[in-house]
Design a binder for this molecule. Structure first.
Ligand code: ZN
Length: 344
């Protein structure tokens, strides 16, 4: 049996705090609100005041550097009588809220305030334990409400990180096809095409996105949501995460705070596209046209660290066959490709 998990409602627009308050009322009269300081100030407080006549909020702020206790939050939600989980914030808040909603078995209303990665609309969650992030399947958001007025105000770096996460699909889908051929694993043509489309749209819109116009940011948000949905259709992160994500994760373990997830994915996609014999130059030019990192130094890492990450990457998920498992490489071979592609 293959289960597809899809969001019930997706709303994209401007000035949506009143809409969020209205949508919540359809589920419950008490909500656990998970947010962090800036998103709370920008949007969470507005939602609270719009809903003050008909909703009560249990508030929990996810602070930087701390690791929230998912079990404690889920039992707080249940004990407090909350009938829904509302996540207002960036990637980390959304990840935590998704995991809490799953454990508490409550509807999850996802209100992203940045467009930095495709977790805003996916059933996957990445939670840090003991300093290491791991990704697992949780729940698809019940509703996704993207307020462009807030997202467009986020630092440009976050939106460009989202683009790196989208370009990753150019390589990830090739890994999925490869894995299907090599191991006979399930391959979903529709989910693969949907994810792949996001990378193509971003390449075609690179200049528009680079110009920082609102329609560029909106394109990124729509592509991220569409990618997340492709994971819901596939029932896993397979269409969106291949060898380039393994390199990005390996790099995160070595240098946790030197770059954003999508920035690492974008640079790694140049490398893995080269391995696949795909048009790596197009990936690189797109990143450059947008103003996103396309080199190791722009990620804040040196050549040796990047080589170490690429060597470590296949060990991160040996169950997910990728081009890195097909073509094990020595340091010299990696170095040659890094130089040829201008990553180093
Ligand atoms: Zn990603």
């Amino acid at each position: 049996m293959h289960e597809m998990r899809l969001p019930k409602t997706i709303l994209i627009g401007e000035d949506l705090s009143g809409v969020v308050a209205e949508r919540l009322a359809a589920y419950t009269s008490r909500v656990l609100l998970l947010t962090s300081p800036t998103p709370h100030k920008l949007l969470g407080q507005r939602i609270e005041s719009e809903a003050s006549s008909h909703l009560e909020f249990q508030l929990f702020e996810v602070s930087k550097g701390s690791e929230p206790d998912i079990e404690m939050l889920a039992s707080e939600a249940r004990r407090g009588g909350s009938g829904a989980i509302l996540g207002v914030g960036g990637g980390r808040v959304i990840d935590v809220a998704k995991a809490v909603a799953q454990l508490a078995a409550l509807p999850f209303i996802c209100v992203p305030t940045v467009a930095s990665h495709d977790g805003i609309a996916s059933p996957m969650t990445s939670i840090r334990t003991g300093g290491r992030a791991y990704s697992r399947i949780a729940v698809m958001p019940t509703e996704i409400i993207a307020d462009m007025e807030v997202i467009r105000l986020a630092p440009r770096r976050y939106t460009l990180s989202g683009c790196g996460d989208l370009l990753a699909k150019y390589s990830a889908v090739r890994d999925w096809i490869l894995g299907h051929k090599e191991t006979g694993e399930y391959y979903g043509r529709y989910a693969a095409h949907l994810a792949y489309l996001s990378s193509i749209v971003v390449m075609r819109s690179a200049k528009l996105i680079g110009s920082q116009r609102i329609d560029g940011v909106r394109t990124v948000v729509e592509a991220l949501i569409s990618s997340g949905v492709s994971m819901g259709v596939a029932g896993s992160s397979r269409p969106c995460s291949g060898a380039e994500h393994l390199i990005a994760h390996a790099l995160e373990y070595l240098r946790p705070d030197s770059s954003l997830h999508g920035e690492r994915c974008g640079v790694a996609t140049i490398f893995t596209s080269h391995l696949h014999g795909a048009n790596w130059m197009r990936v690189k030019r797109s990143l450059e046209a947008m103003g996103a990192p396309s080199t190791a130094s722009q990620l804040g890492v040196d050549e040796e660290t990047l080589i170490e990450a690429i060597r470590n990457a296949p060990k991160i998920r040996s169950d997910r066959f990728t081009i890195l498992h097909k073509r094990p490489m020595e340091n010299g071979q990696i170095r040659d490709i890094l130089h040829e592609t201008g990553i180093v």
